[in-house]
Design a protein around this ligand. Structure first.
Ligand code: TXA
Ligand code: MG
Length: 384
């Protein structure tokens, strides 16, 4: 529901939440689980608290933060007076909140510190569905600004352990709520343009297909046209394609472990690029890849029914590290495991990670958005 009622399961949980809330009120950031990824939270309406998020993550100051609320009432306290939500926003909130959808709202700059919006005229707000996130905001009784709880540029954490590995020594509290269900960040939506259309600034946990479905159904009886859903597609081979900015954060290199990542593509290769057979690719790899131990260690993030993976692992002169990744037909599971896979394989000490492309539909759009940023290079492969 969209109200403040949160169930807290035990006295220990309540005590942990109160400790975290008092840390937040002392203006120190706290890491907490959300349904998407772990967040690094601070009191949003306090610039000093928000500043500590930037220093802890090493985050560029021009990248704005999402403000998290636990109730519709709390949302209202952040919006300009007399502002009424558009019918599209009402529909999106009704269907997707609490959940992995972030909406841009006009910003009341007298209320929201500049450091949160980083010079944008708007403020991004979402209501997470994770019970620990909701309870933390409700117990603190204040909106929390929270980016993902990782050092800037790294894959986002989807387990408490990932946060500990990355930010140990820089923060004092990590609330452990288990692995994140969604595994990729929220979808960032801008519905504030005069044309009434819905712009997807960052694909994420709520799919474009879901958003379209809700708008088409919700507007079917209205006398106004159905808003269009516009997606900024970005191909990392051709930055010039993306003249229109998506979110300020999207221009940075992102989601990259310290190990090189190669995106393995079976779709049509662009002109001038000759696809390789799996065995020719492996030959090249063994020749070119510097590796520390005597055997090349390669991490695989490929669906368990991948044809490409079957042909690669025939080569027993490479030490393969397969991370369980779900079936081709289960993009939601691939989404859930992607960041965990990158971080786990990095920690296993592989020399290289190969990620197989997935179709850019449903969760696949957000998966490929993250993978293209994580990958330093792509390789086109022909499967006989
Ligand atoms: O799922 C999520 O959204 C997670 C969890 C913790 O809630 N948070 C998250 O935050 O992913 P972060 O900071 O890693 O990503 C926020 C994204 C960035 O791309 C940022 O540029 C964009 O949202 N953003 C924030 N405020 C914006 C604004 N006013 N206009 C446009 N983009 C904005
Ligand atoms: Mg992030």
């Amino acid at each position: 529901s969209l109200d403040d009622q949160v169930a807290i399961s035990s006295p220990e949980t309540l005590a942990a939440l109160r400790t975290a809330a008092s840390c937040l009120k002392d203006l120190f950031p706290v890491a907490f689980p959300t349904e998407t990824v772990y967040g690094l939270g601070a009191i949003a309406l306090n610039a000093t608290a928000a500043l500590k998020i930037f220093s802890t993550k090493g985050r560029p100051a021009d990248n704005p933060l999402i403000v998290h609320v636990s109730s519709r009432r709390m949302l209202q306290t952040l919006l300009p007076q007399n502002y009424t939500l558009s019918p599209s926003y009402e529909l999106l909130i009704e269907h997707f909140w609490p959940g992995p959808l972030t909406l841009l709202f006009p910003c009341d700059h007298s209320l929201i510190p500049d450091i949160i919006t980083a010079g944008q005229p708007t403020v991004a707000i979402r209501m997470p569905s994770h019970p620990v996130a909701r309870a933390l905001i409700a117990v603190t009784d204040a909106p929390l600004a929270a980016p993902s709880a990782n050092s800037s540029g790294k894959p986002s954490p989807t387990r408490a352990e990932h946060v500990l590995n990355d930010l140990n020594g820089k923060i004092t509290i990590i609330l452990d709520g288990g692995p994140c269900e969604v595994g990729l960040e929220s979808t960032v939506v801008d519905g504030l343009h005069e044309d009434g259309n819905i712009r997807i600034l960052r694909p994420g946990g709520i799919t474009v297909e879901d958003i379209k479905r809700v708008l088409v159904k919700g507007f079917s009886d209205a006398n106004t046209p159905i808003p269009q859903v516009l997606v900024h597609r970005r191909d990392f081979r051709d930055d010039a394609l993306e003249q229109a900015p998506t979110t300020p954060g999207m221009k940075y290199r992102h989601y990259a472990p310290s190990v090189p990542v190669t995106l393995m593509r079976m779709s049509d290769a662009p002109l001038g690029i000759e696809p390789l057979s799996p065995s020719a690719f492996l030959q090249d790899l063994k020749r070119s890849m510097p590796h520390s131990s005597d055997i090349l260690r390669v991490g695989l993030l490929m669906p368990s029914d991948s044809i490409l993976m079957k042909s690669l692992i025939n080569d027993t002169t490479i030490q393969w590290h397969e991370f369980p990744f779900g079936l081709v037909s289960e993009p939601a599971i691939i989404a859930r495991r992607l960041f965990d896979g990158l971080l786990t394989l990095e920690r296993e000490g592989v020399d290289l990670i190969l990620v197989e492309e997935v179709p850019e539909e449903n969760e696949g759009l957000a998966i490929m958005n993250r993978v293209k940023k994580a990958a330093g290079s792509s390789q086109w492969i022909t499967i006989p």
